[in-house]
Design a protein around this ligand. Structure first.
Ligand code: ADP
Ligand code: ADP
Ligand code: ZN
Length: 217
């Protein structure tokens, strides 16, 4: 199964991807996670990416396409993969097309999570992430059972530096301008499945599995 999970920042891509990749036993490829790891490790990639991430801009296509291409060539991707947060521009989608053709594989489905702007703002500004294991929480909608600590590993919870109100508004604008055109792009290819993202985490997960199952026949 080769899937793209699309949707604006805060739509719940990471949350659903964690669930789906466990369920489907395929690797979870999040370009945002890859960049955050590089920033944490202070690698040349991280130093470059940070300049864009801090202001809510996209990292340049050439850089982003390069790391995804490398990742897709790894052995564990042969059984399938879920892309979370990539592609985010038409140029990235075209490059992905070429890469998949080189690998001799096809996408099965593009799942597009639909959530309104007000809800996105609330989700992003209330998001908290575990410093140790990366688990995602929300102060109101999905609080950790361990309070200020991660309920899975007791790690410290923090707010991403790009989840502040000012940067969030910019990221939503960048999404509208650069990423939203991909909805029509994948619709034209007959791959797009819209899923209401304003339901509970469990209901959304169930709906996604249902449509994936029926599309697979
Ligand atoms: P994305 O990866 O698309 O940016 P996340 O999965 O990180 O989104 O979710 C953004 C925030 O919204 C997180 O704090 C998460 O806990 C919360 N969240 C995710 N799904 C839902 C949902 N269905 N209802 C309410 N809050 C949600
Ligand atoms: P979100 O949870 O808001 O969807 P991500 O974790 O996917 O955010 O991405 C965080 C930041 O990493 C983005 O704002 C952007 O700067 C950078 N980034 C992630 N994926 C891409 C991509 N495909 N192209 C360019 N930049 C990206
Ligand atoms: Zn944790």
């Amino acid at each position: 199964m080769r899937i793209i999970l699309m949707g604006p920042p805060g739509a719940g891509k990471g949350t659903q991807a964690d669930f789906l990749t466990k369920e489907l036993k395929i690797p979870h490829i999040s370009t945002g996670e890859m960049f955050r790891k590089a920033v944490k490790e202070n690698t040349p990639l991280g130093i470059e990416a940070k300049r864009y991430m801090d202001s809510g801009q996209l990292v340049p296509d050439a850089v982003t396409v390069g790391i995804v291409k490398e990742r897709l060539a790894e052995a564990d991707c042969q059984k399938g993969f879920l892309l979370d947060g990539f592609p985010r521009t038409v140029a990235q989608a075209d490059a992905l097309d070429v890469t998949l053709r080189e690998l001799g594989v096809k996408l099965n489905q593009v799942i597009n999570l639909l959530v309104g702007r007000d809800a996105l703002l609330q989700r992003l500004t209330g998001r908290r992430v575990c410093k140790s294991c990366g688990a995602t929480y929300h102060v109101l909608y999905n609080p950790s059972a361990a309070g200020q600590k991660c309920q899975l590993c007791q790690g410290e919870l923090y707010q991403r530096s790009d989840d502040t109100e000012a940067t969030v508004a910019n990221r939503l604008d960048v999404y509208e301008q650069q990423t939203a055109p991909l909805v029509a792009y994948y619709e034209k290819k007959g791959l797009l499945l819209n899923i209401a993202g304003n339901e509970t985490v469990e209901a959304i997960a169930e709906n996604i599995l249902k449509v994936l199952g029926s599309e697979q026949g």
